[in-house]
Design a protein around this ligand. Sequence first.
Ligand SMILES: [Zn+2]
Ligand SMILES: [Zn+2]
Length: 148
Amino acid sequence: MDNISIYLSGYGIRPSVQRIAIMRFLLNNLIHPSADEVYESLRKHIPTLSKTTVYNTLKLFVENGAAIYVGIDEKNARFDGVVSQHAHFRCKDCGHISDFPMNSDLFIPKNFKGDVEDTYFYMKGICEKCKNKRVFSYDNKKNLATVH
Ligand SMILES: [Zn+2]
Ligand SMILES: [Zn+2]
């Protein structure tokens, strides 16, 4: 068995060729892909793959804890092979989603006696690349304004 098979088995998921390919894609592409992106990237290699299989497999991964659902993008459900706790930051300009380290214990009141089982922490703003672009286009406009 390869590592991905062992990984899936560890989450109680029977490793099939298609499941292994989808899990490998998630772990090798930490871009928080949508189901469509997973499908488009894998269909070249697995001609028998259907969109329904991709959707159902991602759902199965999330239900079993092998992947997490990222709801930061209103238009598309996104998926993450990194299941350790982290926060997500989405750029409003380019849509890129980055991982931020986080410790949710800081948010849990000391007197809370229940169990927190799932944590979703989303932040939105402008990434560094887009921020620099914005400043540049603003400067350009300013320059043009002084020329005329
Ligand atoms: Zn950006
Ligand atoms: Zn992530």
